[in-house]
Design a protein around this ligand. Sequence first.
Ligand code: CDP
Length: 196
Amino acid sequence: MTFTVAIDGPAAAGKGTISKAVAAKFGFAHLDTGLLYRAVGAKAADGVDPITAAQTLNNDDLNRDDLRSLAAGQAASKVAVIPEVRAALVDFQRRFASQDGGAVLDGRDIGTVICPDADVKLFVTASAEVRAHRRWLEVGGDEAQVLAEVRERDDRDMNRADAPLKPADDALLIDTSDLSIEDAIAAAVNAINAAR
Ligand code: CDP
């Protein structure tokens, strides 16, 4: 049985938390596609050509312990505008999505480009201030700087020519600005149950 759940949205909207919870609940495999771009960005920051980095990405690259930093997020969004980088990652994501037993993929373009026929599409969002506050709780530092970086990354992700961040026409919008984690997960679970 294949069953694909596509979860897209901007930085720190709650995609990861919702994805992990629904994957655990339904027994689906989960792929955080942002990690692919973060790993390519980190290799590019090390001096590797980003297209080569995307074409040769391996498990060691994905297991680096420096991929969650703000700097890695910025590096990711810079390489993510390069069409050849995105193209190099398509097949891996589609294979993951079509595995037996069901899959949840979270990212920016899953419902629009990678899996336009996904069984369930969610677009998880929240205000920039709420998202920056959440990210600041994770990474610390200066909250105003975190907000500025969140806005800069949103802007780059939404305005790139190739696979910009936007909800698919048939995506269910979940605004987590004023939702508890439990309520956000419940909204996703309900949408999946309705489609099964
Ligand atoms: O965790 P957070 O939402 O902050 O970011 P992420 O999902 O790890 O993604 C990091 C960056 O990778 C994003 O800002 C995008 O530029 C890029 N990305 C993308 O272009 N397409 C995806 N499917 C996933 C991430």
